[in-house]
Design a binder for this molecule. Structure first.
Ligand SMILES: [Cu+2]
Length: 152
């Protein structure tokens, strides 16, 4: 009898503990897996932050800019048409960079780009002159800054 009680007790309690542990391990692994995956996605397909749209509108003029240590190339472009402008930034440097345009509605900032990465931000710019720069650390002070001129 004692043996049977013990057996029944084991049947009810022993499997429950390992199962719970297994479930926790699986959840932890799943969470870790998701985190890594999200990191990978962020690294390979950076998304714009702020008011920027990830996909330039059909009528947006596209302006290419290269980010390096510590320059924007070109640094002082003149654009012929006001309106929605897609700034396509490529990190051609050896460290992380990003692009920020101080538009009339506030700053619009790209994702932080690892070397070789690229992102596009769309900013609505009336005629005028606007500062653009890399917002990371002291890159602006080191010269990664310029002005975008939009013609009338
Ligand atoms: Cu930079």
């Amino acid at each position: 009898m004692n043996a049977r009680f013990a057996q029944l007790g084991l049947d009810r309690t022993v499997p429950a503990v390992p199962l719970r542990r297994v479930a926790l391990v699986v959840l932890a692994l799943a969470a870790a897996g998701c985190g890594e995956q999200r990191d990978d996605v962020a690294r390979t397909t950076p998304m714009p932050i702020g008011e920027a749209s990830p996909v330039p509108a059909d009528n947006a003029e596209t302006s290419e800019v290269s980010l390096t240590e510590y320059r924007l190339v070109p640094s002082n472009p003149r654009l012929a048409r006001p309106g929605r402008i897609a700034f396509a930034a490529t990190n051609d440097g050896q460290i992380r960079h990003a692009l920020r345009v101080d538009g009339p509605a506030g700053p619009v900032t790209s994702a932080t780009l690892a070397p070789g990465e690229r992102a596009t931000i769309v900013v609505d710019l009336p005629p005028g002159t606007y500062k653009w720069y890399c917002p990371i650390a002291d890159h602006e002070q080191r010269g990664e800054v310029g002005r975008v001129r939009i013609a009338e």
